[in-house]
Design a protein around this ligand. Structure first.
Ligand code: OGA
Ligand code: NI
Length: 324
């Protein structure tokens, strides 16, 4: 008999609402009028639920599949090998964290999220001016030494998603009646992070005291998420219902983060979401977080970098304990 999950009633997703699916091809390859029309469709989703799914985004299916395969390959290693690149060893929040290492809803969860993950950022040498100046969250990645080809695939995916994210930020600007490149000055040294995740199946009685990913908003400008076929990503709609963001092969789920909500004075919504893996299978996802330059102001006296540090300190105990 399989061990099934009993979900607290508050954790069951409603079926009444759905998140929009948007074809990105007219924006990437269309006429100026098609670009503007698609940008406004995107903008409408950003003003409403703050989540949408993109199709025809130009990222090869084979690259997405290969990146998932490499992520699985790392998570399948013995713990001691994963610990060679433990995030605690990094001065700039890069590397592997174990199940419970991140807690996206520290108010409700004592043990942290039921997932493990890897943080891959902009791979800067220690001689880079921002690193030499001691800018937090800037520096070299920790790469596994025993997985040939791993680094190359992750770097290719990272670069490809950086380009796609830049396009989507251009669509955001157009939909806000701003020049297309309005946000680009804040994206010269962006704090972009690829964070592959592995969610073990969750069984037994499930409450908000531990989920795969506790309810949270994302921190930056936008997030581009590839998820496998397990499902379990839930999004809080404007009406307050939790609804499913269902897996659709070779698409990305896109959502707004806190910094974009602030940039737009609340016109765009940074929406709460959470993950509950009751599929009975190992769930893998590839979130890519697009955050601006460290020094970008997001509110009077608050930089993007400080906002990110505050959020990391709240969700990673190891990081809070090393910060002054
Ligand atoms: C996140 C997140 C969703 C997922 O890491 O911020 O919301 O499906 N992930 O893994
Ligand atoms: Ni998230």
């Amino acid at each position: 008999m399989p061990d099934t999950a009993q979900l607290d009633p508050s954790l069951i997703a409603a079926k009444a609402e759905t998140i929009p699916v948007i074809n990105l091809a007219p924006f990437l390859h269309g006429s100026p009028a098609e670009r503007i029309a698609t940008a406004h469709t995107i903008g409408a989703a950003c003003r409403d639920i703050g989540f949408f799914t993109i199709t025809n985004h130009g990222v090869p299916d084979s690259l997405i599949a290969e990146t998932f395969a490499q992520a699985k390959r790392f998570f399948a290693l013995p713990t001691a090998q994963k610990a060679e690149i433990a995030i605690e060893k990094s001065p700039c929040h890069r590397g592997w964290f174990s199940v419970g290492g991140e807690n996206l809803d520290p108010g409700k969860q004592a043990k942290g999220d039921l997932k493990e993950g890897i943080k891959i950022g902009r791979d800067l040498p220690v001689t880079h001016p921002l690193v030499a100046a001691g800018t937090p969250l800037h520096g070299p990645n920790q790469w596994p030494t025993n997985l040939p080809g791993w680094r190359e695939i992750m770097q290719t995916y990272y670069d490809t998603l950086t380009a796609l994210g830049t396009q989507i930020l251009h669509a955001f600007a157009i939909s806000l009646d701003l020049p297309e490149t309005y946000f680009d000055e804040h994206l010269t040294t962006p704090m972009t992070t690829l964070g592959p995740l592995h969610y073990p199946p969750q069984t037994g009685a499930i409450t908000e005291s531990q989920l795969g990913a506790g309810a949270h908003t994302d921190y930056g400008c936008l997030t581009l998420l590839a998820q496998d076929s397990c499902g379990g990503l839930q999004v809080k709609s404007k009406s307050g219902q939790w609804i499913e963001a269902p897996p659709i092969p070779n698409t990305f789920v896109v959502n707004i983060g806190d910094m974009m909500e602030r940039f737009t004075n609340g016109t765009f919504t940074s929406t709460q979401h959470r993950v509950i893996n009751t599929s009975g299978r190992e769930r893998y996802s590839l979130p890519f977080f697009f955050d601006p330059n460290f020094s970008t102001p997001i509110a009077p006296g608050v930089t993007a970098g400080q906002h990110l540090l505050d959020k990391i300190n709240a969700s990673f105990t190891y990081h809070a304990s090393k910060s002054p």
